[in-house]
Design a protein around this ligand. Structure first.
Ligand code: SAH
Length: 343
């Protein structure tokens, strides 16, 4: 029999799942808190030993473990390869900033969005991650930190978060739960390639995370060359969904723009600026990370500087994403890819 996960349940659901054990309410609460602090059953010392042994026979405490890790000599960034109970593996990146630790969380094993520059999507999507597997990544990262814990989360690892909608919403509610890790929704960002119906629904969830939108183009023609999802949704509809998100949540949207040989001309910056005019937004320019299997080349330094200047001239707020962990395959599905090739 496959063991079931407990980590993805709210306290009430945990009580119902374990009804046959007739646990007093305070034991259920203790169990929830232990699980959400990343503890294994045998570490839950204020619960009866016999109970812990029974639970271990039927349930999984922590579904994610660290298979391999690489620490950057440049900036201390840690790249992790995690193992899942079914033998699949996923990646995560732990970054240290002056304001604390930020963890980049994966939402699927692989991805089915097919962006031409991205390594995560090369073998398609294997499966969605469960809420417990999303939480488990945070617990693993916390074991690596000696002077604090994960304070910020970016759902920007492998996978499309809004393509795993229910698990991601459940994760957001559990990770911010006061009896659990209690990470504030405002300390969480979610990055999407722009699934319009899900974006509108998400605006109404009451989970006002920072929305990052992977735009990567000033118009539909260029966007379609880079992102198959642009064939399903027009850029204008994506921007409209962003405006709706801003209106509903009061939060600004961050546009991700990886500069490459086809989207980085000064006239592209001008066109982008005109389309974003009047929006409460920010543009995050990303130097493209070259992926071996992909032929698209990144823009050179001069083009990056010029592109940013063109946006600034038009009063669009823009910054360049800091590159971290350059020496440890910090980017987007590359570590997992190499691991799978070795197997
Ligand atoms: N599916 C989500 C989140 C995962 S990717 C999304 O599309 O937003 C996180 C960010 O990294 C996205 O903006 C994505 O477009 C970008 N990205 C992927 N591969 C990249 C590469 N090789 N170089 C630079 N950015 C990349």
């Amino acid at each position: 029999m496959d063991k079931k996960e407990l980590l993805g349940l709210f306290p009430e659901e945990l009580g119902a799942e374990l009804a046959e054990y007739k646990l007093p309410a305070f034991h259920v609460k203790q169990l929830f808190t232990w699980l959400h602090r990343g503890a294994a059953f045998d570490q839950m010392t204020n619960l009866p030993k016999a109970l812990r042994e029974q639970l271990a026979e039927r349930y999984i405490d922590q579904p994610v473990t660290i298979l391999e890790k690489r620490v950057s000599q440049l900036d201390g960034t840690v790249k992790m390869l995690y193992a899942l109970p079914d033998g699949n593996c996923i990646e995560g990146v732990l970054m240290r900033y002056h304001h604390g630790y930020t963890l980049c969380v994966s939402t699927q094993v692989g991805c089915r969005m097919g962006c031409v520059f991205c390594a995560s999507t090369l073998n398609g999507c294997v499966r969605n991650l469960t809420p417990a597997e999303l939480l488990g990544q945070v617990h693993c990262a916390n074991t690596l930190i000696e002077d604090g814990h994960v304070g910020n989360i970016v759902l920007m690892g492998s996978g499309e978060p809004l393509d795993n909608y229910d698990s991601v919403c459940r994760f957001l509610r559990l990770v911010s739960h006061q009896e659990g890790l209690g990470i504030g929704i405002r300390h969480i960002s979610l990055s999407t390639c722009g699934l319009v119906p899900q974006m509108k629904r998400f605006a109404e969830e009451g989970l006002p995370v920072t929305l990052s939108l992977s735009l990567h183009a000033p118009n539909d023609a260029i966007r379609r060359q880079l992102m198959p999802v642009a064939n399903a949704y027009k850029m204008e509809d994506v921007l409209e969904a962003c405006r709706y998100y801003i209106e509903k949540t009061g939060r600004r949207v961050i546009f991700e723009y990886a500069l490459n040989e086809i989207n980085s001309k000064p006239e592209h910056a001008a066109e982008l600026a005109s389309r974003l005019r009047g929006m409460q937004c920010h543009v995050n320019v990303i130097p493209l990370n070259a992926v071996e299997e992909k032929t698209l080349r990144g823009a050179d330094e001069a083009a990056i500087t010029r592109f940013m200047q063109e946006l600034e001239k038009r009063h669009i707020s823009v910054t360049r994403r800091r590159e971290m962990g350059d020496d440890i395959e910090g980017a987007c599905g590359q570590l997992r890819r190499h691991y799978l090739e070795e197997q």
